[in-house]
Design a protein around this ligand. Structure first.
Ligand code: 5GP
Ligand code: SF4
Ligand code: MG
Length: 465
């Protein structure tokens, strides 16, 4: 998901709409905005579909006046596919000290047990979302300010949360102690501040990047001032390394590092680790493109756009059902026949999850007359599900959980298949000495199976780590 908030500008909701549009890659199912104006109070709009199809209409935006607004773009994680509009964030609650709205990116790993506990104590849930627990926990807190209640609530939450919240007068941002999901602070105009999942959404509204919200930090912004506190226990940060590989936009800066440059460097590492003689390096667009550029630069094998992507389709994996996902590949990608005919082609993609994409692409490219097909993958084999906010299927559907690398090569049906090593990935992400196995610098659970936060709900259901 993507979260965005603005305070201290005229018609903040318009800025939020633009910000959410720039974060659309983080969630395409639905979006929502809550705005506050002293004269009109809180107003909100929640819609299915793209930001540009909803939050561009003057008739809608006029209903969201005020200098303070937050928003959310949603992509539902495992098990919560049939979203109802009441699942769309931000969520709003009335408290003794006034209303507040919250938008959450990440996944709470103890949401099910929290929900049961809260329902037992009288909470009436409106949605199926893990994030709604935060509002109910706030309602049960005895703290006197919204910010303290948010801190109280989040201290009970485990897992990943980057939260953007608002009251009548404050914009609040919080990151979980490990800082699994991103959240940045920006400035706009003379007195305005912005919170955003990624820096690319600051650029679109002409805001300036100030800094990242730190893991475990809470900021409360009011009247042009930023108050910082640390409501959680200290922990060693474990940012999601898959944000670098796939999830974030390549024009965003994370941890002072360009996502594009990390992806290009992954291609460089891959070319060193798994060289192969070939005529062309082709990305599986768009997510494989920067790594393919790096692979081509390092190997000297020409880069070519052997596959064209229809720009009007969403990301395959954000489509909710397996059936649509299966069709999706052909609807979205097409092979440039005249280019690949008779050629030995290296295809670079970001990840192999179920293997559907790779298998379909291999079929298409052989049909087009390629002489050889070599897959190079910009992440290690995805052998474990993510419980922190990226939608991976359960282990039984993960190709790498069922098969060795050679069995995967055979199943996909290509001449060679190589994944970047975990160390190579860390080097590409700027860790010159690779992964520190004693104390890993990132979360890489979907590759290593080492979960930095025990997935309590999953363990209770019998998941074996
Ligand atoms: P597959 O077809 O192997 O399931 O998915 C791999 C391809 O689709 C990659 O190109 C990746 O961009 C995207 N993808 C599909 N499904 C998922 C998913 O559940 N999680 C992630 N991380 N990427 C996926
Ligand atoms: Fe990111 Fe993978 Fe960790 Fe999930 S499990 S937070 S996708 S690195
Ligand atoms: Mg892809």
């Amino acid at each position: 998901c993507g979260v965005f908030g603005v305070i201290g500008v005229t018609d903040a909701a318009n800025f939020v709409a633009l910000g959410l549009h720039a974060l659309q890659h983080r969630g395409q199912e639905a979006g929502g905005i809550v705005a506050h104006d002293p004269a009109h109070g809180f107003n909100s709009a929640h819609r299915f579909g793209y930001v540009r199809d909803n939050f561009t209409k003057a008739s809608l935006m006029e209903t969201l006046p005020g200098p303070l607004a937050i928003g959310h773009v949603r992509y539902s994680t495992a098990g919560k596919k049939a979203a109802a509009i009441r699942d769309v964030q931000p969520f709003f609650g009335e408290f003794s000290m006034g209303g507040a709205a919250i938008a959450h990116n990440g996944n709470l790993t103890n949401a099910e047990s929290l929900r049961h506990e809260l329902i037992d104590h009288g909470a009436i849930f409106q949605s199926s979302s893990d994030s709604e627990c935060i509002i109910h926990l706030m309602a049960r807190s005895y703290q006197k300010t919204h910010a303290d209640r948010i801190a109280d609530a989040l201290r009970r939450c485990e897992g990943a949360f980057s939260v953007v919240a608002m009251t009548r007068s404050k914009l609040i941002g919080v990151r979980d102690p490990l800082g699994v999901r991103p959240l940045v602070l920006g400035r706009i105009g003379d007195n305005g501040y912005v919170l955003s999942s990624e820096t690319c959404a600051l650029d679109i509204i002409g805001a300036h990047f100030v800094r990242e919200i730190e893991p475990g930090e809470m900021v409360v912004i009011q009247d042009g001032k930023v108050d910082s506190s640390r409501p959680f226990h200290n922990a060693t940060p474990r940012f999601c390394i898959f944000e670098h590989v796939y999830f974030s936009r390549p024009d965003s800066i994370i941890g002072g590092r360009s996502v594009y440059e990390t992806r290009r460097q992954i291609g460089v590492e891959l070319a060193r680790e798994a060289p192969v003689e070939a005529d062309l390096v082709c990305p599986v667009p768009d997510s494989g493109t920067p790594a393919a550029i790096g692979f081509s630069q390092e190997s000297g094998i020409p880069f070519a756009l052997g596959i064209t992507r229809n720009q009007y389709m969403g990301r395959t994996f954000i489509e909710p059902t397996e059936q649509i996902r299966n069709m999706g590949v052909r609807l979205k990608l097409n092979v440039n026949r005249s280019l690949v005919k008779g050629k030995r082609v290296i295809l670079v993609d970001d990840s192999v999850v179920r293997g559907t994409t790779s298998r379909k692409i291999k079929e298409m490219i052989l049909e087009a007359g390629a002489a050889e097909v070599h897959f190079r993958i910009a992440s290690p084999p995805t052998a474990w599900p993510c419980f922190y906010g990226v939608d991976t299927p359960d282990r039984s559907k993960l190709l790498a959980a069922k098969m060795s690398e050679d069995e995967m090569r055979e199943w996909i049906g290509v001449d060679s298949l190589k994944f970047i090593s975990l160390d190579g990935l860390y080097r590409a992400a700027g860790e010159v000495n690779g992964r520190n196995d004693a104390c890993p610098q990132y979360c890489d659970a979907c590759f290593s199976g080492e979960y930095p936060v025990a997935p309590a709900d999953q363990l209770a259901r019998g998941f074996e780590m």
